[in-house]
Structures are given as structure tokens and as C-alpha cells.
Design a binder for this molecule. Structure first.
Ligand SMILES: Cc1ncc(COP(=O)(O)O)c(C=O)c1O
Length: 394
């Protein structure tokens, strides 16, 4: 063979998701017999509710196992629009809705549909790891906006406004935030909608954790009058209904954006799995008690995790207002061989067999992400080990 051709340049602009890397290393150790406590997975530990599973089994029994429309069935799109209307008072129709293969796919497709090489995309820090890579893949330029840990990583409109340039094409908002659990103040979000609308800039609201709010009232930026033309919702059923493996997400937004995504989807994935789509209709139309039950359990765990973290000398921990992640500052333990969050996470895993995700995956250096979507017994075991690990160094 002559010299082998190289991979496409755009593939080198991205890297394997670091959250998945940590989970893979934890899994490797576990397979080797190690007693690992895994706080790295961003995945509900609850099973998918029975009524949803039943709907999927019925779909198979009824041979609903063929292609559907590439953008999802009309029934599911209508059900998603109805759910969003009930929860947030929006008024989307099925031409403004497309079903995707999970929330990640929704974000990937919408960024590919909106971003040209050189376009600037504003991303608040800490950010969900995928945003950066998806923008890079499209040839866009990430413009990171720092938030302040002292203020609970709150994003203000002023921060976004300072980062705007004539090249800004899109602002990506994730509230409740993965990794910080921050829920941005409603007045600031309203202002961000107005400011971006005035300038004709797209605004993505990633609503993956929208149903997991501990105290605040549910609110979607898409419900504001100015939102209809410029706001694009990226939604997911994965966490809300403990359906991570079923791969159902969606986009709600202006019909031209949905049309652009539809073109991409029609040549790539085609439809999300037909069986999952039937299950998804039951999820969004059926009883919602399972969501409330999960939220109550997450709250109990959040309170426990935050209290335990605050007992560790030198550790600073904000109280998450939503989602199921704590994002403590562990820099008190940065000494000797540990100089940053990556080294902290590696050392913690090899020494104490506790898997956490280093903050550098989310754009900060002094934090680690702890997912409390795991049992109280595991939380207790893992936090004991974390306490011991840090106390040795502080
Ligand atoms: C902030 C955020 N958005 C979107 C997603 C997408 O989830 P999925 O692709 O499983 O629906 C995730 C998953 O971890 C997330 O944390």
C-alpha cells in the first residue's frame, strides 16, 4: 500500500467526550474486580417507568417496527408540542418540531444547521462538554463567557452582551446547568432573549434538565413573545423519564431551522427508533408522577451530598438548584502530584476507586463533577472516600 490517506481534518477538531472516558476507565477497573464507586455517569439510576416500557412492548406486538418519517411521527411531534405547552405555555406546531436520536443529536444537528465556519458561538462556562466539540466540528468559533463561582455560576445578560460581536451567530444556554446545577435567574434569561432577538442572533435553550428544578418555578425562554423567531429549544426525554438508552430528543424552533435539521437527518440517521417513539408518546402524554418521585429523591440526595461536601475542610460547594450534579471546588487538595482537576480525578480513581469527572472537561480547573444520580448507599461510600482523600492533602 502507498501512504494511507489521513482522516478528514474536521474529525481532528474534536475529541472523545471526557465524561465517557472517565466512565470507561471506571468500567475497566470494575471489570478487573475493583470496588469502584462511580460518580461520573450523568444517568438516572431509576428504571424506565413501567407504563413507558409497556408502550414499547405494545409497539413491537403491533409491528410498529418500520421506518417512520425521518423527523418522527406526527403523533409524537404533537405530543411533544402539547407537553411543552402544558409545562411552559408555549404554542409550537408540528412543523416547528423534529424528533431526534436523543438530546445530543438535537444539539449536534441544530449547530450544524446554523453555524458556518468562522461564526462565533457564545458558551457560558462551565459548559456541558459536548457544546465545544459540536461547535468546533461545524467550524465555528467558541466564545467562552466566564461565570463566577462566588455567585453560584450565575449567568447574567451583561456577561453575554459583553461577548457579542458582529460575528456572533448563536448563544448556547443550559439551565439547569450540567455540570454546576445552577439555574439562571429568570430576569436575566428574559433579557438575554430580548438582546439576542434585537440583533437577530439564534439562542439555544438546552432543556435537558428542565423538569429537575428544586425550588424555582418552571420557565422556558421559548415562552416569551420575542422568542418565536430566534429561540431554538433542544429537548431530551433521557433524564426526565429515565430513558437514556431509548435515544429520544427533540428540537422546537422556527420552521426553517427545523427544515434544515430535517434535511440533515434525512441523509444521516433517518428516523429515531420507531419503538422508542411509541414509548416517548406514553412518556410525555401519560402520568407524570414518576418525574415528581425522581425529583424528590434527587433533592434528598442533593441535600446529603452538599452537607457532606461542606464538611470536608477547604472544599467549597454551591447548592445545585436543578439537575443532579454537584460541582465542588477541590483545589484545597492541589499539592504534590496533584496540580489540577484532571490529576485530582485520576489520583482519586486510582487511590480511592472513586470516579468523578474533572472540571477541565467543563472549562474550569478547580472543580470536579459528582453525579448524585446514584443510590444513597453509594453516595455515602464514595463521599467517605473523597473526604479521606482530600483530608490527607489539605
Ligand atoms: C446538558 C445536556 N444536554 C443534553 C444532553 C443530552 O442527553 P441525551 O443525548 O442522552 O438525550 C445531556 C446528557 O448528558 C446533557 O447533560
Amino acid at each position: 500500500m502507498e501512504t494511507l490517506q489521513e482522516l478528514a481534518g474536521r474529525i481532528s477538531t474534536i475529541s472523545v467526550s471526557s465524561t465517557m472516558k472517565v466512565a470507561a476507565e471506571a468500567e475497566r477497573l470494575r471489570r478487573g474486580g475493583a470496588d469502584v464507586v462511580d460518580f461520573s455517569a450523568g444517568e438516572p439510576d431509576f428504571p424506565t417507568p413501567e407504563n413507558i416500557k409497556r408502550a414499547a412492548i405494545d409497539a413491537i406486538d403491533q409491528n410498529f417496527t418500520k421506518y417512520t418519517n425521518a423527523g418522527g411521527t406526527e403523533d409524537l411531534k404533537q405530543a411533544i408540542c402539547d407537553r411543552h405547552k402544558t409545562d411552559y405555555g408555549t404554542a409550537y406546531n408540528t412543523k416547528e418540531c423534529i424528533v431526534t436520536v436523543g438530546g445530543k443529536h438535537a444539539i449536534f444537528n441544530l449547530v450544524q444547521a446554523l453555524i458556518d465556519p468562522g461564526d462565533e458561538v457564545i458558551i457560558p462556562v462551565p459548559y456541558w462538554v459536548t457544546y465545544k466539540d459540536v461547535v468546533n466540528y461545524a467550524g465555528g468559533k467558541c466564545v467562552f463567557v466566564e461565570t463566577d463561582e462566588q455567585d453560584g455560576f450565575q449567568l447574567t445578560s451583561a456577561m453575554v452582551e459583553r461577548a457579542l460581536t458582529p460575528r456572533t451567530k448563536l448563544v448556547m444556554i443550559n439551565s439547569p446547568s450540567n455540570p454546576s446545577g445552577a439555574v439562571f435567574a429568570r430576569d436575566q434569561l428574559e433579557r438575554i432573549v430580548r438582546v439576542t432577538h434585537e440583533r437577530g442572533i439564534w439562542l439555544m435553550t438546552d432543556e435537558c434538565y428542565h423538569r429537575f428544578l428544586y425550588d424555582l418555578e418552571p420557565f422556558s425562554m421559548a415562552s416569551l413573545p420575542a422568542a418565536k423567531e430566534t429561540v431554538v429549544v433542544a429537548g431530551s426525554l433521557s433524564k426526565t423519564y429515565a430513558m437514556t438508552g431509548w435515544r429520544i430528543g427533540f428540537v422546537l424552533g422556527p420552521a426553517p431551522v427545523v427544515g434544515g435539521i430535517m434535511k440533515l437527518q434525512s441523509h444521516s440517521t433517518s428516523n429515531p427508533t420507531s419503538i422508542s417513539q411509541k414509548a416517548a408518546i406514553e412518556a410525555v402524554r401519560g402520568p407524570q408522577e414518576s418525574v415528581t418521585t425522581m425529583l424528590a429523591e434527587y433533592r434528598r440526595r442533593r441535600d446529603y451530598v452538599v452537607a457532606r461536601l461542606r464538611q470536608i475542610p477547604g472544599v467549597k460547594a454551591n447548592e445545585p438548584q436543578g439537575a443532579f450534579y454537584a460541582y465542588p471546588n477541590v483545589s484545597v487538595a492541589f499539592r504534590g502530584a496533584i496540580g489540577n482537576s484532571l490529576q485530582f480525578a485520576e489520583q482519586l480513581l486510582s487511590e480511592e476507586l472513586v470516579a468523578v469527572v474533572p472540571g477541565e472537561a467543563f472549562g474550569t480547573q478547580e472543580h470536579v463533577r459528582i453525579s448524585y444520580a446514584t443510590s444513597m448507599a453509594e453516595l455515602e461510600r464514595g463521599l467517605n472516600r473523597l473526604h479521606q482523600f482530600i483530608a490527607k492533602r489539605a
